[in-house]
Design a binder for this molecule. Structure first.
Ligand code: CAA
Length: 378
């Protein structure tokens, strides 16, 4: 089964993503039709049980598919990762039957695209300091504030928004945050600035501005005050997805380097004959393989129902730093040709950098890992 999913993902990536990825990057534009096509193929409901119209696959199958798609284009992969691991998992784990019927099922079929809005201009790594405020108004909630760095936020149909439901005179820290299901048709919903990014240029990253956004009471997810915990639990899954994305980027850079080093001749022989190049290729391959082994070990632990908070952070840390290392070395192997857009490694290098930043920076992953190491001693 895992091999079948991998082949399906590789075929889709080779036929419908790879030929267009450089153009999408140049245009900073992602065709939404591609997201819906991913939905038709099942890539947007991979972890959702069949009773909710998903494929109900194991985590390893999902991560193999995600890596294959990231291998062709990291922007496409981030849409897939966010959709599969953040809003859909929050709905699956904490949503009501009605919310699952209304939102989760069409999201599993890929008819509705999901996004996740936690960060704010002043609340990035320190996520629980967010300020977007929700206040009750009859049966509804009114949300006011700005969310930032929202992947797919310009075209998403369902956005999981974390907002404060405590009051300014009784702040409750991370316990004063709730999760809301927001759709763009709600009154007071505005898509704000689209970021002009270094990499992942095809993936739209936007601000969302809410000025008294009217959210029906039925769109509060789970229990009031639990939104931060729900977001953190979902990010445990999300970080596995970003690790797979980073590995897809790194593998693409290694493959391009192997080809180039075999073709490129200097001093009368292919540069792969030089030990300086061989050592680079060996280190690149070794780091990718070890990060992938940790990722698949963690995926299996997740499917056994074990907590993956620590290993998920280790996966993301290792894979994202591997992606940066490998793409940097790839540019060095390509020399001047690595620095220009005629060859693929320049885009891979730009795309790799974000994996060390979003869904928790490398520094945040280290904080999480160190805390977990201490927690396990008692
Ligand atoms: N699972 C379950 N609960 C968790 C948890 C987890 N993984 N992590 C934290 N919690 C709980 C804690 O147990 C605690 O609960 P109690 O008070 O009941 O004990 C509560 O949440 C608060 O936790 P902390 O005290 O650890 O919170 P903190 O303020 O110290 O922050 C942090 C911890 C790890 C730094 C966290 O803020 C964090 O992860 N920051 C990074 C934010 C991030 O990853 N943002 C991603 C943006 S989304 C994105 O990038 C998606 C995209 O579009 C690509």
């Amino acid at each position: 089964m895992q091999q079948e999913i991998l082949h399906l993902a590789r075929d889709f990536a080779a036929g419908e993503i790879a030929p267009y990825a450089a153009q999408w990057d140049r245009d900073a534009c992602f065709p939404v039709a591609v997201a819906h096509r991913m939905g038709q193929l099942g890539f947007l409901g991979m972890l959702i049980p069949e009773e909710y119209d998903g494929l109900g696959l194991d985590t390893t199958s999902y991560l193999l598919a995600l890596e294959a798609i990231a291998n062709a284009d990291a922007s496409t992969a981030v849409l897939m990762s966010v959709h599969n691991s953040l809003p859909t998992q929050m709905l699956l784990n904490f949503g009501s039957d009605e919310q699952k019927e209304r939102y989760l099922k069409p999201m599993a079929r890929g008819e509705l695209i999901g996004a996740f809005a936690l960060s704010e201009p002043e609340a990035g790594s320190d996520a629980s300091s967010l300020r977007c405020q929700a206040v009750r108004d009859g049966d509804d909630w009114l949300l006011t504030g700005t969310k930032s760095w929202v992947t797919s936020g310009s075209f998403a149909d369902v956005i999981m928004v974390m907002a404060r439901t405590d009051s300014s005179d009784a702040r409750r820290g991370s316990k004063g945050i709730s999760a809301f299901i927001v759709t763009p048709d709600l009154t007071g919903f505005h898509v704000g600035k689209k970021e002009d990014k270094m990499g992942l240029r095809a993936s739209p990253t936007v601000m969302l501005n809410f000025d008294g956004l009217r959210v029906p009471g039925a769109n509060l997810l789970g229990a009031e005050g639990q939104g931060f915990i729900y977001a953190m639990k979902s990010l445990d899954n999300g970080r596995l997805g970003i690790a797979a994305q980073a590995l897809g980027i790194a593998q693409a850079a290694l493959d391009a380097s192997l080809d180039y080093a075999a073709e490129r001749k200097q001093f009368g022989q292919p540069i792969r004959e030089f030990q300086a190049i061989q050592f680079k290729l060996a280190d690149m391959g070794s780091r990718i393989t070890s990060a992938r082994a940790l990722l698949h070990m963690t995926a299996a632990a997740k499917d056994r129902g074990e907590s993956t908070t620590m290993h998920g952070s280790m996966c993301k840390l290792l894979a994202s730093e591997t992606a940066m290392y490998v793409t940097t070395e790839a540019i060095q192997i390509f020399g001047g040709y690595g620095y220009v857009k005629d060859y693929p490694v320049e885009k891979l290098f730009r795309d790799a950098k974000i994996t060390e930043i979003y869904e928790g920076t490398s520094e945040v992953q280290r904080i999480v890992i160190a805390r977990e190491l201490y927690a396990r001693r008692h």
